[in-house]
Design a protein around this ligand. Structure first.
Ligand code: PLP
Length: 364
């Protein structure tokens, strides 16, 4: 006899983060975790460092300064914001608050892998629905709803495909869901989207009782190491999540850096402009090499390889890694013939295109 975890826990495929090392290479470019090549705002770094003088003190458990700064930045009521140790923390909290044994949570075939993890962890069942053209399919999601459905998780844009649903489609999805089903709009990459038919979730959250939007400081704000995310939701959901979250789930350093980051609009604009420019360039240049690239609205792109010996995604990954260029293999995302590349520095982007050109020439 020994302690046994609840049913579901041992069915979880452990999450494998993007690789960060390449053996025997002088310079490594990590393009496997959708981190920003511009780093955080210098003001956020200074705010983080200043916290070093007070490490004996507990943080403000309600992260008021940060919720107020986010409220000012987006015109939101700070009382309807919850901060978390990364948006992962918030996804876990939402699952624990709203799922129980026997319930179902829907996510899409190439959806973010944290959704099945948090679902199985509660004893609920993840229900995977097909996508169309690597894009979430509203009809498929609505068709999968049963009397047991409690949550629909949707990353918009999605990781790792980079595709997004326009606001009209999100509204259609919401209209088709029963009111008891919680729609989680995970907008981790919202700041990078430059399409005018996109809405991250603020409007829908503001006008309904069953939608939450999750955001992160790990991407455009460059604070992945600090673990910081936030959620905007209806008062009753904020209340439930606040009851179960760790009372000090966000550190003082993360709060201070987060306030500085959200207020540094210039840095955000620079990061977005860098991304837009290089995302377009990479999509074009990699396409010219004859590889299919899924159009992306985020800070990464999905590159498809033929399922042929010598040309495959894992052959390409080995070739690129030997040059210190680390992309993300996607077998766990049911995309074994694709690699995901985060938009990097000008130098890294140029090196990847040159390496792919050499890879294809050599393999041919
Ligand atoms: C779609 C999506 N949601 C959430 C996250 C989690 O971000 P974090 O926990 O760093 O805030 C990621 C990170 O890769 C993501 O791609």
């Amino acid at each position: 006899m020994r302690p046994e975890p609840r049913p579901g826990v041992l069915d979880i495929e452990p999450y494998v983060p993007g690789k960060s090392t390449a053996p025997n290479v002088a310079k490594v470019f990590k393009l496997s975790s959708n981190e920003t090549p511009l780093g955080p705002s210098p003001r956020a770094i200074a705010a983080y460092q200043a916290e070093g003088a007070h490490l004996e003190e507990y943080p403000d458990g309600s992260a008021s300064a940060l919720r107020e700064a986010i409220g000012r930045a987006f015109g939101l009521d700070p009382a309807r914001i919850v901060c978390g140790a990364g948006s992962d923390d918030l996804l876990h909290l939402l699952a624990y608050a709203y799922l129980a044994d026997g319930d179902e949570a829907i996510y899409t075939r190439h959806g973010f892998l944290v959704y099945p993890i948090v679902t199985l962890g509660t004893g609920a069942t993840p229900v995977v629905v097909p996508e169309k053209n690597y894009t979430a399919d509203v009809d498929a999601i609505l068709g999968a709803v049963t009397g047991k459905t409690r949550i629909v998780f949707l990353a918009n844009p999605n990781n790792p495909t980079g595709t997004y649903l326009p606001f009209d489609e999100i509204k259609r999805l919401h209209r088709g869901l029963p009111e008891r089903v919680l729609l989680v709009l995970d907008a981790a990459y919202a700041e990078y989207v430059t399409r005018n038919d996109y809405e991250a979730g603020i409007e829908l959250v503001s006008t309904s009782e069953n939608v939450v939007m999750c955001r992160t400081f790990s991407k455009i704000h460059g604070l992945a190491a600090l673990r910081l995310g936030w959620m905007f939701g209806p008062a009753h959901i904020v209340d439930a999540v606040n009851r179960i979250r760790g009372p000090f789930n966000v550190s003082s350093a993360a709060i201070a850096a987060g306030v500085a980051a959200i207020e540094d609009l210039e840095h955000q604009e620079r990061s977005r402009a860098h991304n837009t420019r290089w995302l377009d360039w990479l999509t074009r240049e990699i396409g010219k090499l004859g590889l299919a690239v899924t159009p992306s609205a985020a800070n990464f792109l999905l590159i498809h390889f033929p399922d042929r010996k010598g040309f495959s995604a894992s052959d390409a990954d080995a070739f690129l890694t030997a040059r210190g260029l680390i992309l993300r293999q996607l077998g766990a995302y049911k995309l074994p013939n694709a690699l995901r590349m985060s938009v990097g520095s000008a130098e890294a982007n140029g090196l990847v295109v040159a390496a792919l050109r050499d890879f294809l020439a050599r393999a041919a």
